[in-house]
Design a binder for this molecule. Structure first.
Ligand code: HEM
Length: 418
């Protein structure tokens, strides 16, 4: 095989090949055009930030606002860009679309209800859900791990945590399925699903106000800070963002993570050995999940930011009103930050990846995501020890979404057991 000559022009982004494996394109951008102006599939022009140091700086820079009102897009294009929040629906006034001081107030209030302790107490339920889902296909000898496992687990988990009654959770699964399948902006069936979810959440919050329990929605209603509470609208928007931010991300953590393990047999065997009693590498599950997030995380690009004033990122001038997208997947493979960044090493220690973001919008759900990811992968590998891909990895299809990276299906086989 001859070496290809170094590519001189920017690689084509957002193609099918790119969706399958964006990492060569990101390597090119990091090296040749680290803050890169591009036209997104929606027609919006945006800057892509791909180096780790620039990404970290941009994520924490208060001049980069999360509020889509700062976008300089001509008014006629508003609402067609796929930028969430441009339609100003009340559910869209949530943590990922606002800046301080509103962000500070809402984040403080939600943090009082969505505590690490609440997540830790939820661990047995996550284990139970995981086992129930595996029970459904363990006797079959084959499964689609996205459809049968990675997709339902996070939606049932977050519904339980929020306090959505079990008999209503399949409705949520269907609405969420519609959103994940059709991704992008709120159009057609997706708009109907969002509307149904909004109606349901508003009604549930109303009910919980009169009849509170020990669930997260009741906690959100109860939470107060210096006498301040969430309004019903704010509580509904918060429940919605918890569902929305915590759902597809976790599906893809489990999907991408399992896929990475099945295609790196040495690392997978190492993890499997570490899960056995008396293992010689305890703690590999914890470092391993972080490494899977760094290596092929669910969030390819951090959500939108807009320059509120002219600024410079990585030596590049950015005008006020310009959209900026921080490419977490590229930053987390930056050789200037990580040794052998393209190698999957489950025991990697120096691993301050940006998979959960950085700064004031750092993922609120990281403890829950870790719990779900660790429980899901450990239980799969323990209960189905000879789990393997069914078919050729080259046939797998990735969803070509802008923000998320994940597989459409993940067919596997294993020795069936009762
Ligand atoms: C924010 C990643 C799971 C709730 C974020 C951000 C990232 C991220 C990168 C920052 C986005 C930005 O700065 O533009 C992930 C990943 C997950 C995950 C990789 C799974 C592996 C969850 C879960 C929940 C959640 C399970 C909740 C149930 C949130 C919320 C925010 C957020 C509410 C907004 C925080 C704020 O703006 O203050 N997440 N997330 N996430 N995440 Fe997660």
């Amino acid at each position: 095989m001859t070496d290809k000559p170094a590519q001189r022009t920017a690689p084509e982004l957002f193609t099918w090949e790119f969706a399958t494996d964006p990492y060569p394109a990101y390597a090119w951008l990091r090296e040749h055009s680290p803050v890169h102006r591009t036209t997104l599939p929606s027609g919006v022009e945006a800057w892509l930030v791909t180096r780790y140091a620039d990404a970290k700086q941009a994520l924490a820079d208060q001049r980069l606002s999360k509020n889509p009102a700062h976008h300089d897009e001509p008014a006629h294009a508003k609402g067609k860009t796929g930028i969430p929040g441009e339609r100003k629906a009340e559910l869209m006034t949530h943590l990922l679309n606002i800046d301080p001081p509103d962000h500070t107030r809402l984040r403080r209030l939600v943090s009082k209800a969505f505590t690490p302790r609440r997540v830790a107490e939820f661990a047995p339920r996550v284990q139970e859900l995981t086992d129930q889902l595996i029970d459904r296909f363990a006797t079959e000898g084959e499964a689609d791990l996205i459809h049968d496992f990675a997709f339902p687990l996070p939606i049932y988990a977050i519904c339980d945590l929020l306090g959505v009654p079990r008999e209503d959770q399949d409705d949520f699964r269907d609405w969420a399925g519609m959103m994940i399948r059709h991704g992008g902006g709120p159009r057609g069936g997706v708009a109907r699903s969002v509307k149904k979810m909004r109606g349901y959440l508003a009604e549930l919050i109303h009910r919980k106000r009169n009849d509170p329990g020990d669930d997260l929605i009741s906690g959100l209603i109860r939470a107060s800070d210096h006498g301040e509470h969430l309004t019903e609208n704010e509580a509904a928007a918060m429940a919605f963002i918890l569902l929305f931010a915590g759902f597809e991300t976790t599906v893809n953590l489990i999907g991408n993570g399992t896929y990475a393990l099945l295609t790196h047999p040495e690392q997978r065997e190492r993890l499997q050995r570490s899960l056995a009693p008396g293992a010689d590498e305890p703690g590999l599950l914890e470092t391993g999940i972080e490494e899977l997030l760094r290596y092929d995380g669910p969030v390819e690009l951090a959500t939108w930011r807009f320059a509120t004033e002219p600024l410079t990122v990585g030596g590049q001038d950015i005008a006020a009103g310009d959209p900026v997208l921080v490419v977490l997947a590229a930053a987390d493979r930056d050789p200037a930050r990580f040794d052998e960044p393209d190698t999957l090493d489950l025991s990697r220690r120096d691993n301050q990846h940006l998979g959960y973001g950085h700064g004031i919008h750092y993922c609120l759900g990281a403890p829950l995501a870790r719990l779900e990811g660790q429980t899901a992968l450990a239980t799969l590998l323990t209960r189905l020890p000879d789990l393997r891909l069914a078919g050729d990895p080259a046939d797998l299809r990735w969803r070509g979404g802008l923000i998320m990276r994940g597989l459409r299906t993940l067919p596997v086989e294993f020795t069936p057991h009762q």
